[in-house]
Write a protein that binds this ligand. Structure first.
Ligand code: EPU
Length: 439
């Protein structure tokens, strides 16, 4: 990882010309597969995970799970087999969990199955405070005790009888519809005694995807994908050879769609589910972007003198405009005519990257942690910038490839956390991008 942090992307920009052509194939969704890895801890038998993206966050997840004593075998490209032994460590490795927020989804299944779990306050992308009260309150509601230690949280189920469920079902209202919060509690509830109801649940499709797989293996979860999820505890699940297939990554598809809108003559985005990014598609169409849709494919195209009009965006839980597409969309808005308000409602640190875009020549004013106005169109200039998080990192790649001149993007590790070999895929559609190790 340390070596990776020293890698950079060197990109020679297109100076505003829309020249890219070709197709990209969308990989499995990061924010579905990380949770699926955690869900393997609910299984009695081995679970096969397919279409797993080969990204840094998957490597992090595999490292943490292996550190617990769970067997994770990478059988072939994108195929992993996980088998949980009778006893495992219930302590999440500190260093890696601190760096990687999604590690927290492991806590629900570990607690529910083994009766206790300890973990450090999770870190991850620098996009806001990212509290964990929803997880801790949820565990308490399910009958666990929460102890705050100096550097970690220790959660213990009150039920200690090895042959009966350690947690008990509960009614839980989520103060905010936290995606990983709901998923973590939903997984814990599968092994709890009785019924759990989670209200104000987020509608993100990855929750339904996870519930569907668990249900196919014996769980009883109703309502995932709606704001009320009901789970009847069933005990350990059995895959019986059934494999989990990671759905396509809607955020990756959306990122490439935005990239295509600003830089491509014609770009085909294959193996995706357009229905899951309708808010982005409708917004781009409103701005004048030409988009054709079929079941699993999006084609975005433009002609030389096409101009786009600008529009305000406000991030929102699904099916609203995803916060994970706000940074690339902000780059798009630097290329549209007029003034747009970008209102980031989910994370308070997710607009910080705009200062770097200003250094590249964008006309953006940051009013506060949640609001910025973008005036366009601006010709951006190549600069040396540093990725602060996964999504802003990709936004810098898009900014660099439409800019005039050369850009160097540091901290490529962050981009690799969410996008598999993005440099190789971009080269194939005409982007002048190389990965270099800093010496
Ligand atoms: N929140 C709390 N308390 C909690 C948990 C969350 O106040 O205990 C707040 C957060 O601070 C935030 C809001 O609730 O203001 C929503 O956060 P949420 O918990 O839904 O985010 P998350 O579950 O940590 C997942 C994705 C994120 C994505 C968000 C929102 C995974 C692994 N991560 O995060 O993805 O931005 O949902 O859709 O699924 C990314 O992929 O780059 C990424 C950050």
């Amino acid at each position: 990882m340390e070596q990776k942090e020293k890698e950079v992307f060197v990109i020679n920009g297109l100076a505003g010309n829309k020249k890219l052509n070709g197709s990209v194939v969308i990989n499995g969704a990061k924010n579905a597969v990380l949770q699926a890895f955690a869900a393997t801890l609910l299984f009695q038998d081995e679970v096969v995970l397919k279409n797993v993206p080969e990204i840094e966050d998957v490597k992090n997840m595999v490292e943490i799970i292996r550190g617990l004593g769970v067997s994770v075998e990478r059988r072939s490209r994108g195929v992993y087999v996980v088998k949980v032994p009778t006893n495992i460590s219930t302590e999440l490795a500190k260093e890696i969990s601190k760096k990687f927020r999604a590690s927290i989804v492991l806590t629900g299944p570990i607690l529910a199955r083994f009766g206790k779990v300890s973990f450090p306050h999770p870190g991850g992308c620098v996009i806001g405070a990212r509290p964990i009260d929803i997880f801790l309150n949820g565990f308490e509601a399910l009958g666990a005790e929460v102890e705050e230690k100096e550097e970690s949280h220790l959660i213990k189920a009150k039920g200690t009888n090895p042959t009966t469920p350690k947690l008990r079902g509960a009614r839980i209202f989520l103060r905010v519809p936290s995606v990983t919060g709901a998923q973590t509690l939903m997984m814990a509830a599968v092994l709890a005694r009785g019924k759990t109801i989670i209200k104000n649940a987020p509608l993100e499709p990855e929750t339904k995807n996870l519930a569907d797989f668990l249900n196919s293996c014996g769980a009883k979860i109703k309502g995932a994908g709606t704001s009320v999820i009901e789970i009847i505890g069933t005990g350990l699940l059995r895959a019986k050879g059934r494999a989990y297939k990671t759905p396509p990554d809607r955020i990756e598809a959306g990122s490439f769609l935005i990239l295509g809108a600003v830089a491509a003559e014609k770009l085909e985005i294959k193996n995706c589910n357009p229905e899951e990014i309708e808010s982005l598609i409708e917004t781009l169409r409103y701005c004048g972007v030409k988009i054709e849709l079929s079941k699993n494919k999006i084609v975005v195209s433009s002609e030389k003198n096409d101009k786009y009009k600008s529009t305000d965006i406000k991030t929102h839980e699904y099916p609203g405009f995803p916060t994970d597409l706000q940074a690339p969309m902000t780059v798009f808005l630097t290329q549209t005519e007029g003034e747009a308000l970008v209102f980031e409602t989910i994370f308070e640190g997710r607009l910080n990257f705009v200062n770097e875009l200003v250094r590249m020549g964008a006309d953006i004013r940051l009013w506060d942690q949640h609001r910025a106005t973008v005036k366009g169109p601006s010709l951006l200039h190549g600069r040396e910038v540093e990725s602060p998080d996964i999504r802003a990192g990709l936004a810098f790649v898009i900014a660099a490839l439409i800019a005039n001149g050369q850009s160097i993007i540091h901290n490529v590790y962050y981009i690799d956390r969410g996008y598999e070999k993005v440099d190789e895929r971009l080269r194939k559609i005409g982007v002048d991008i190389v990965r270099q190790a800093l010496v």
